[in-house]
Ligand binder design. Structure first.
Ligand code: HEM
Length: 476
């Protein structure tokens, strides 16, 4: 079934002529607990979707109401509505003690929106050119330390490597060269203690986790503030993202303060860390268990390597790696690191389903969109359970079938991921190196998803046997 774009846009979200969505009560939810335990959260939501349709409200203890929206045709207001009508509301309050009160959800909507534009500007694709060489250097340096052959937990390897890349490209050379260990130890403390269930629900409760988080943030803020102050006083200008945030200006001409720069860069580290490392691990699991696509990705590397052998791989070369891009994108479709997007409805709004039913979503409902289910809708994705990167190729373009909200691993609209281009670039730099230089074999079973984590991740280690392929590449 093809959904027409008209069905997505031809509806005034404030016109309330519909009915309330069907409600899934606690008793019905209890019946699905075996599915949840046996098959996981996506299977449970999928069962609800099959039974109740693309819009339904889950009642939790009769108090909290969460309305789920599934499928691109009901997502327009969720993604594009004004912040005054639908936003993260206080659902992201837990980030304030992590990033500081100077940024994001510690500020009013207008300031936050301007700060988001600093992130967009700092990470826009045209800015990425300057990151490619440092990324390549980090990747080559890292894998040079591997032996001729061996077995590694590739999940751990990617985590370490991605921290080095972030440290160099986002934070800059002061941190990368002189204080990498301390900065990332403090960052982990903020993260580990800042996203527990208790900290999420009660971010200001004087628990020991919250206190540890606060102590770590104060110390990290001191270190990064010194870096920023030092650059400002010496007039040093670097090519990294920190510099872009230092140079950002509000519409009224006011420059960002040191506290704002530090909060914004901690926010970026947080947004990019697990998302990128989980994606690289899922890409390993998917690619190494699908020899046809692995071969296609290796062949593409050989072709591009030949084409660029004189000048070396640059920004354009990585942009040309379509096969690799689709392999990563498909791993992300099946295993989105942010499997559920959430908002608060500050005003009621109306959605129209593909069947033409209209529903009013009441004010004050939490609204959730399960990416993990959206990315597997059979009228959009043919055989959605199959890993098939070709679905994004020019002949099929399945991610466009339902309009612009068919593929939402990077969200969409107002809060679309600012780091998408950066994320693809660093993943492609890593994978391009691996494919050109190593023979890789997956020796762990295909991982399950660990749903107990705030951002679900591949469960356990992912063991990979590697062997240098012995070919001397002109670029290495
Ligand atoms: C494969 C890797 C990544 C995935 C799958 C991903 C996914 C997402 C998603 C789904 C959101 C939106 C959440 C929502 O709508 O509530 C988001 C937001 C964001 N991401 Fe990413 N992300 C990735 C990597 C990165 C990286 C590397 C950075 C930065 C270097 C980054 C920076 C951000 C920022 C700043 C936001 C907030 C945007 C806003 O609220 O306006 N992301 N990301």
């Amino acid at each position: 079934t093809k959904i027409s774009r008209a069905s997505i846009t031809n509806i005034d979200p404030q016109c309330t002529t519909g009915q309330r969505p069907p409600v899934v009560h606690e008793a019905a939810l209890l019946k699905l607990v075996p599915t949840l335990l046996k098959k996981g959260l996506p299977a449970m939501i999928n069962d609800l979707y099959v039974k109740y349709g693309s819009v339904f409200t889950v009642s939790c203890l009769g108090v909290t109401k969460v309305t789920l929206l599934i499928g691109p045709e009901v997502m327009a207001h969720f993604f594009q509505g004004l912040e005054s009508e639908i936003s993260h509301g206080n659902l992201f309050e837990f980030t304030v003690p992590m990033f500081g009160e100077a940024v994001g959800y510690g500020r009013d909507t207008a300031t936050r929106t301007e700060q988001m534009s600093f992130h967009i500007e700092a990470l826009r694709p045209s800015r990425l050119r300057s990151h490619v060489y440092p990324m390549l250097q980090e990747v080559e340096g890292y894998f040079a330390k591997w032996g001729e052959e061996g077995i590694v937990d590739i999940k751990l390897e990617f985590e370490k490597l991605l921290m080095l890349i972030s440290s160099r490209c986002l934070l800059g050379k002061e941190v990368r060269e002189n204080m990498f260990d301390e900065v990332f130890r403090l960052f982990h403390e903020i993260e580990d203690n800042g996203v527990t269930l208790i900290s999420f629900l009660f971010p200001y409760l004087p628990t020991s986790a919250n206190r540890q988080r606060d102590r770590a943030r104060i110390r990290l803020t001191q270190i990064l503030s010194d870096v920023v102050e030092c650059r400002k006083s010496s007039g040093t200008v670097e090519e990294d993202t920190l510099q872009k945030l230092i140079d950002s200006k509000y519409k009224d001409g006011r420059p960002t303060t040191v506290a704002e720069v530090v909060g914004l860069i901690i926010g970026l580290l947080f947004a990019g860390k697990h998302t990128s490392s989980h994606t690289s691990t899922w890409t390993a699991a998917c690619l190494l268990s699908h020899p046809t696509f692995l071969r296609a990705a290796i062949e593409e590397q050989q072709q591009i390597n030949n084409k660029y052998k004189d000048k070396g791989l640059d920004y354009n070369a990585f942009i040309e790696m379509d096969t690799l891009h689709c392999c990563i994108k498909e791993a992300l479709r099946k295993h989105p690191p942010t499997p559920m997007l959430v908002r608060m409805a500050h005003r009621r709004f109306t959605v129209k389903t593909i069947e033409g039913k209209q529903y009013d979503i009441p004010q004050d409902h939490i609204v959730a969109s399960p990416t993990i289910v959206n990315n597997n809708i059979p009228y959009i994705y043919k055989d959605p359970e199959v890993y098939d990167p070709c679905r994004f190729g020019p002949e099929r373009r399945e991610d466009k079938i339902g309009g612009k909200f068919s593929y939402t691993s990077f969200s969409g609209g107002r809060h679309v991921c600012t780091g998408e281009a950066y994320a693809y670039m660093q993943l492609k730099v890593i994978w391009s190196h691996l494919l050109r230089n190593f023979e890789l074999e997956l020796i762990s079973p295909f991982p399950k998803t660990d749903w107990s984590k705030f951002l679900p991740e591949p469960q356990g280690k992912l063991l990979v046997r590697y062997k240098r392929n012995g070919v001397v590449h002109p670029l290495n």
